[in-house]
Design a binder for this molecule. Sequence first.
Ligand SMILES: CC(C)(COP(=O)(O)OP(=O)(O)OC[C@H]1O[C@@H](n2cnc3c(N)ncnc32)[C@H](O)[C@@H]1OP(=O)(O)O)[C@@H](O)C(=O)NCCC(=O)NCCS
Length: 198
Amino acid sequence: MVSRLLTTKEIRRASQLHFEAFSGFFLTSLGKSFLRAFYKGILEHPDGIAVGLFDNGHLVAFAVGTKCKNGFYSDILRKKVISMSVAAMPKLISSPSKVLRLFNSLKSSKRFGKDIMDNASLLSICVCPRERGKGLGAKVLKAFEEIAFRDSDAISLTTDFMDNDYVNNFYQTNQYELYDVFLQDQRKMNLYLKKRRN
Ligand SMILES: CC(C)(COP(=O)(O)OP(=O)(O)OC[C@H]1O[C@@H](n2cnc3c(N)ncnc32)[C@H](O)[C@@H]1OP(=O)(O)O)[C@@H](O)C(=O)NCCC(=O)NCCS
């Protein structure tokens, strides 16, 4: 098992893994082309961090985020608005309420203070559904943290408050502390923070 940075050539594989791992999630509902445009935006951004875990060359998990949360999504939106809109268009036309939700979910980070905004953030982590509960999530998270903590004193992340015990337990087991609970689009969310140990 090897962890290393993902390259832009691996965006298709990462998007496919997202599609399988996050079935039923909002971003997944925008389709595979949208996911490819979304991850391309993250990988090409100078602050983007994308780490993959490979088993015999197969991508089995990844963790993606940014060295600095402040302005990250708005930058990606600005640079990739056309490719992301075109990719998501068929889904957005069939369900126009998704346009507002997409905008809100990408813009929602403005409410947080400097300690969150000026530090790293984990935006997406997933493990191949067949491989869950074997410690791969913890492994790829650790690899992400090693990179993020080079430039940052803390890593934040948000996850659902409701019906999400496995994921909340996973972050708590990995030393993330609950920092805040807030509403995003009527959705109750937990904000976690992990500080670098000096
Ligand atoms: C959340 C997610 C990334 C966690 O990854 P994972 O590989 O399942 O997590 P881990 O195996 O590292 O840890 C999960 C549990 O398995 C246990 N575990 C670890 N190694 C194990 C092993 N060898 N055998 C059995 N269980 C093990 C851990 O103890 C942990 O349980 P605990 O926290 O109650 O102690 C993964 O389940 C996933 O992709 N979920 C769907 C996407 C998602 O919701 N992502 C988070 C969005 S915010």
